[in-house]
Design a protein around this ligand. Structure first.
Ligand SMILES: NC(=O)c1ccc[n+]([C@@H]2O[C@H](COP(=O)([O-])OP(=O)(O)OC[C@H]3O[C@@H](n4cnc5c(N)ncnc54)[C@H](OP(=O)(O)O)[C@@H]3O)[C@@H](O)[C@H]2O)c1
Length: 282
């Protein structure tokens, strides 16, 4: 492989919940870097459903990077961000034109990074919290991580088998609520705390596969999820006033932390969590 071909090498990344907020911002940032980003909508990949996750993985085109590169070396390839519905779902599409030798379809599949980002929030006092609401939050936030890691693990292992000097990455988007708790959000906080413990447990187990597993714990990030919890200016003022910096965290700040954990210099970080809270947690 020539140097110029190597510069085109793109590692495959899958981000759940890429249609809005943090996921969309991360998909955008990473797709402008050395990654081929798959950011399915919740219609394409409902992470709370084992069947939906399995169907997505059996249909997704996630090619082995090296063979994929050999393929595009012979083809005119363009990637573009396409709006797939009104919510501007970001996906990177690769067009392979005029090349009978590309053999993209036959490539062994591999995945460099899995970012379990999709999440839901439900707020209610405990006495009014129904089991259905409890179950729905855990199904998406925690069981979704289980389904995604199960489905992605063989592809993550393939990546490091093909690239033995590298480490593939799993990142869970947890929350500051995992360790501070959150008023009227018991299921959400419990699910996010469980993600941190899951990351540590999987970091221990997956070290032998050269896969790192970490969590990111954001504070108040300016997305639909947080804005929906703050119906008026007073609630925004009170919530942000509890941070040392008295401000929102922008989704891009979380996207850059994701990008760092995916980077080569971060390969030694595993079983850890990065807190990005604007000083909400001290
Ligand atoms: N915003 C914050 O202040 C904050 C703080 C700490 C942690 N977080 C965490 O950060 C992550 C992203 O949150 P956000 O603020 O960007 O939220 P958001 O703007 O509400 O976006 C949530 C994303 O998750 C997707 N989603 C929901 N249920 C899904 C399912 N069953 N399967 C697949 N995708 C699903 C949504 O898809 P649709 O568009 O189809 O609904 C959307 O893309 C979440 O895990 C959240 O808990 C957020």
């Amino acid at each position: 492989m020539s140097d110029s071909e190597k510069t085109k090498f793109k590692k495959n990344i899958l981000i759940s919940g890429g249609s809005r907020g943090i996921g969309k911002s991360a998909a955008y940032l990473l797709s402008r870097s050395d990654y081929k980003v798959l950011a399915p909508s919740s219609q394409e990949l409902d992470q709370s459903s084992e069947k939906s996750v399995q169907d997505y993985f059996s249909n997704a085109e996630i090619e082995d990077c090296e063979q994929y590169l050999e393929g595009i070396a012979h083809s005119r390839t363009s990637s573009r961000l396409r709006r797939t519905n009104d919510r501007s779902v970001l996906r990177v599409h690769e067009d392979h034109e005029d090349d009978e030798n590309a053999e993209i379809e036959d490539c062994e599949q591999s995945l460099y990074g899995l970012i379990v980002n999709a999440g839901v929030y439900h707020s209610s006092c405990f006495e009014e919290y129904s089991f259905n609401d409890w179950q729905r939050v855990l199904d998406v936030n925690l069981n979704g991580a289980f389904h995604l890691v199960k489905a992605a693990l063989p592809l993550l292992k393939t990546y490091t088998e093909l690239n033995p000097k590298d480490y593939s990455r799993i990142i869970f988007i947890s929350s500051v609520s995992a360790y501070t708790g959150e008023l009227y959000a018991p299921a959400y906080s419990a699910s996010k705390a469980a993600l941190i413990a899951l990351a540590k447990s999987l970091a221990l187990e997956f070290a032998k596969y050269k896969i790192t597993v970490n969590s990111i714990c954001p504070g108040w990030v300016k997305t639909d999820m947080a804005l929906n919890q703050m119906p008026n200016e007073d609630s925004v003022k009170n919530s942000l006033g509890a941070t040392l910096q008295n401000r929102w965290i922008e989704p891009e700040e979380i996207a850059h932390a994701i990008s760092y954990l995916l980077s080569e210099p971060a390969k030694g970080i595993t079983g850890e969590q990065i807190n990005i809270t604007a000083g909400l947690d001290i």
